[in-house]
Design a protein around this ligand. Structure first.
Ligand SMILES: [Zn+2]
Length: 319
């Protein structure tokens, strides 16, 4: 699974960061999923190797505009490009009513169906080979994290065992590998005796806006990767006060350390943080604060940064 960031700014876009949008790109086929769709997300997609025909689902974390105002335009463009496959939209209460009202009031007739699912009741929803769960967070409006867990991993044949037992290479091996029990020379070979799973299922947690990272404790169990907002440093968060209900880098990093997460990607940075490290405040302030509290592999997302979570659970930045 690849993660391609389409927007990494909080609240308003900057010249280098659009507002929230994250594409999850499946390695099977051309399917991809979109988590949040801030205004301008479809413009960002023009610079990404992704087609709206292959978009299998949209997940909205919460109703704030920097996370969903791009949705009507993206849906309209998908229609103009001839999409006819239904599209699933998963989001909190309000998203369906808003989108259906917008379609009606702007007389937009889509040539495909929208199927809405409520984040409030989403549990173990399966799309392709991923199980998706939603976890409530703490923000000014209902906000959710989405957790993607690989439904199954690839089985490998225990070739050594097959050879020791003199079971010849051929169709029998293929059937065992595919989970079938096989009658062989008067006995039954049980598939489960001859296959093993070298990799644990991948698990990715993508948070919406949230001022209490510790709410993700259960979601992050056995996860390899957390993507979470770090809107400010702690000093700036203290100045902004509790009303904004965002997380400081230190709080997210400390949570990730206590949860034993091997990989943390921070995003949703306040536009005040400049990319030039010699200016103040700079994005490097957020990096330094997070790194001081987290010993794992840490990334600060940028627009169009692409990360790959390999089947082994290893995360690499690939673009
Ligand atoms: Zn936001």
């Amino acid at each position: 699974m690849d993660l391609l960031f389409l927007g990494t700014s909080s609240g308003t876009p900057t010249r280098t960061r659009n507002v929230s949008g994250l594409a999850l790109i499946d390695e099977i086929g051309s399917a991809w999923y979109l988590v949040d769709c801030g205004e301008g997300t479809q413009h960002q997609l023009l610079h990404a190797p992704l087609s709206l025909h292959d978009l299998h689902a949209v997940f909205i974390t919460h109703v704030h505009g920097d996370h969903c105002y791009g949705l009507p335009g993206l849906l309209a463009s998908a229609g103009m490009h001839g999409r006819n496959k239904p599209l699933r939209i998963i989001g909190p209460d309000g998203i369906e009513e808003w989108i259906r009202s917008t379609l009606r009031l702007t007389q937009l007739l889509l040539p495909y169906d929208l199927e809405f699912l409520a984040a409030e009741s989403l549990a173990q929803w399966e799309i392709n080979h991923w199980l998706v769960d939603a976890y409530p967070l703490s923000h000014r409006v209902p906000s959710f994290a989405y957790r993607f867990t690989e439904a199954s991993t690839e089985a490998r044949l225990d070739i050594g065992k097959l050879e020791v037992q003199g079971i010849p290479r051929g169709p029998v091996w293929g059937q065992l590998r595919n989970g079938m029990d096989v009658a062989y020379e008067g006995r039954t070979l049980e598939s489960s005796d001859y296959i093993y799973f070298p990799n644990t299922p991948r698990r990715i947690v993508i948070g919406g806006d949230n001022d209490r990272p510790e709410l993700l404790g259960e979601a992050c169990r056995q996860a390899q990767l957390l993507v979470h907002e770090a809107t400010y440093t702690k000093a700036m968060a203290d100045k902004a006060g509790s009303v904004v209900r965002h997380s400081a880098a230190a709080a997210v990093a400390s949570f990730a350390r206590s949860a034993g997460l091997p990989n943390l990607v921070l995003t949703h940075f306040s536009p005040r943080y400049q990319s030039d490290a010699s200016r103040s405040p700079s994005i490097e302030d957020i990096r330094a604060e997070a790194a001081a509290n987290y010993p794992g592999q840490l990334f600060l997302a940028e627009d169009f940064a692409r990360y790959r979570l390999h089947k082994t659970g290893q995360l690499d930045r690939i673009a």
